[in-house]
Write a protein that binds this ligand. Structure first.
Ligand SMILES: Nc1ncnc2c1ncn2[C@@H]1O[C@H](COP(=O)(O)OP(=O)(O)OP(=O)(O)O)[C@@H](O)[C@H]1O
Length: 549
């Protein structure tokens, strides 16, 4: 609650919040004034001298209705704006944190982020709209209680005892319900995970519907069943509370009419006013009680959102935009000493290193090795995607540290084996069209794709062509180092030959330094140096071994 309040305060500022509170008070006051005028009018009507008050009360009713409309309009507009600002601010904040977060940490948080972006943010913003009703009802309830005390203090005390008993029941059951709501959120996250499995693996499911049925039966159905049970008991708990609250009030009203009015000898006019105000109080309490479950869910959502942003921030590696980009001409060397990287903490977790490795300007280096030997892991540690656990990296003699990692990473263009082909050259406003056309010819994609502004006309290409386009996009970035992870694996034999024997020498000639992970031993002679990765250890192999036979 406090965290949510702080978040709101950040958005509204102190003056803005004071304005909302003032308007909320006015809104509650206008509702209370209305009841008060109704009560008074009824009193005058019962007493038989309403005629002389008719004009005065016409004006008072008109004024209070006008006040109600104006205050509600201003308050509603303010809250709609606030809820939309909250909605987009939280989304932007989360995306900002995602963009700044550590690659390894982010990997495990996909489902959490998706659930937060859809469920939690939506809930939080819709609840901010129901706050008007809640706040007005709250003020009305307080004012009604004060009014009740002024009519009959004894009846007021009895009302307080009944309200207190209702609140206690509510409080204890709400704690259980909130736990259930938290569990509901966890189930929602599991649901998103399974949804991802279905959407990402749809090709495989389409080919073998048994897979889809198994995911449906074993995951979706189980989650739905658990979520159904959990949510039904949470909401039943809230509804039961509501019913208990209402029944207590009905008993109170009936007791006042049938019993207390005679025992306490209260004037019939006061009894009418008391019961009338009690009915209004009941309405206000009903609004409060129905809004509380939504508020509780919003509180859980807001806690989850704040936990997520705090967690993302804590794991941020401040992946800022580099202050300076190195050109190919400026690049001289990368020297790596005793680099080590380990996934996780246990003895079973795979590790790479210690690796000693150096790379000079314009070199072409190939790395090969069995599946799972650690080639990609090494490449990810070399490029700064994974931060090494030990050892040092020097770029042009300068030690790479946490402070200059962004500049270091920006020296590499990478085409990952599981690359993502952006349909726009994001971050490059005016790409060099001539260079693009040159590469398009070189990679034999002419007539297949064009560059419109910085957007590709299409990315609906074959896998091999998509990889060629991804490489072109990387080359347009003009980085000194090019890293390729099994790039040629999807190319046909003709283009594979062209890639190793023509394209790589051309790129080398233009000053680009290349590291390629490759299983194409037929072309290892095209490299200046060849390394083998085995169980996380990198060993240099003589290139002569791979001379063309
Ligand atoms: N995200 C990860 N978390 C934990 N361990 C991982 C992760 N990714 C890979 N590994 C482990 O690291 C080892 C090396 O994986 P890596 O991808 O580096 O191998 P590779 O040599 O590139 O293999 P391939 O030729 O199959 O692509 C694997 O055996 C795997 O157990």
């Amino acid at each position: 609650m406090v965290r949510l309040f702080r978040q709101l305060l950040l958005l509204t500022g102190k003056a803005g919040l004071a304005r909302f509170i003032f308007l909320g008070l006015l809104s509650g006051a206008s509702s209370f004034l209305f009841i008060n005028f109704v009560n008074k009018s009824v009193g005058y009507i019962i007493a038989g001298h309403f005629e002389e008050k008719r004009l005065q009360y016409t004006a008072l009713f008109a004024a209070v209705i006008l006040l109600f409309v104006v205050v509600r309009r201003v308050l509603s507009l303010g809250l709609i704006r606030l809820s939309q600002t909250l909605f987009w601010n939280i989304r932007k904040q989360i995306i900002g944190c995602v963009l700044n977060s550590n690659y390894r940490q982010l990997f495990n948080k996909k489902a959490d982020i998706q659930a937060a972006m859809t469920n939690d943010v939506n809930l939080l913003t819709t609840v901010s709209l129901s706050i008007i009703g809640f706040f007005t009802a709250f003020i009305l309830a307080i004012a009604s209680l004060v009014y009740l005390a002024s009519i009959s203090f004894v009846l007021f005390l009895i009302t307080l005892v009944v309200a207190g008993a209702g609140s206690l029941v509510y409080h204890f059951s709400a704690m259980n319900n909130n736990e259930r709501l938290k569990k509901g959120h966890l189930l929602e996250r599991d649901f998103f995970r399974s949804m991802d499995t279905i959407l990402d693996g749809f090709k495989e499911i389409y080919m073998e519907p048994k897979k889809g049925k198994a995911v449906y039966d074993e995951k979706i159905k189980r989650i739905a069943k658990n979520a159904y049970r959990n949510n039904v008991s949470a909401f039943t708990g809230f509804l039961n509370n509501q019913i208990i609250g209402q029944v207590l009030f009905y008993i109170l009203i009936a007791s006042i009419l049938l019993f207390f009015s005679f025992v306490l000898k209260i004037k019939s006019q006061d009894i009418v006013s008391f019961v009338f105000t009690l009915l209004y109080l009941l309405g206000a309490l009903e609004t409060i009680l129905t809004t509380i479950p939504v508020l509780s869910r919003a509180m859980v959502s807001s806690d989850r959102l704040l936990d997520l942003t705090e967690n993302l921030r804590a794991n941020s590696d401040r992946n800022r935009i580099p202050k300076k980009y190195m050109t190919a001409a400026e690049f001289d060397s990368i020297v790596i000493k005793a680099l080590q990287f380990k996934y996780g903490e246990t003895a079973q977790d795979f590790s790479v290193g210690p690796v000693n490795f150096d790379l000079r300007k314009g070199e072409v280096v190939f790395i090969y090795g069995g599946n799972g030997s650690g080639k990609t892991t090494f490449m990810q540690a070399l490029t700064g995607l994974h931060i090494p656990d030990a050892g040092e990296i020097r770029l042009n003699g300068l030690l790479v540290t946490n402070e200059n990692y962004p500049e270091y990473r920006s020296c590499f263009s990478v085409v990952f084996s599981d690359f993502y082909l952006f349909d726009e050259l994001f971050g490059w406003k005016n790409p060099d069209q001539e260079k693009f056309l040159y590469y398009l010819r070189l990679f034999e994609l002419e007539g297949k794709v064009t560059l419109e502004g910085n957007r590709f006309s299409t990315t609906d290409l074959s896998m091999g062509q998509r990889k060629r386009l991804a490489l072109i996009a990387s080359l347009l970035e003009d980085k000194p180092l090019l890293i390729l992870d099994e790039w040629a694996a999807d190319q046909d034999p003709y283009f594979r030959k062209k890639f190793y024997t023509e394209i790589i020498p051309l790129l080398k000639q233009s000053g680009i330094t290349i590291i390629a992970i490759t299983h194409d031993d037929k072309y290892y002679h095209c490299a200046d140096r060849v390394y083998k990765m085995e169980y996380g250890k990198l060993m240099e192999k003589p290139v002569g071994e791979y001379a063309v036979s």
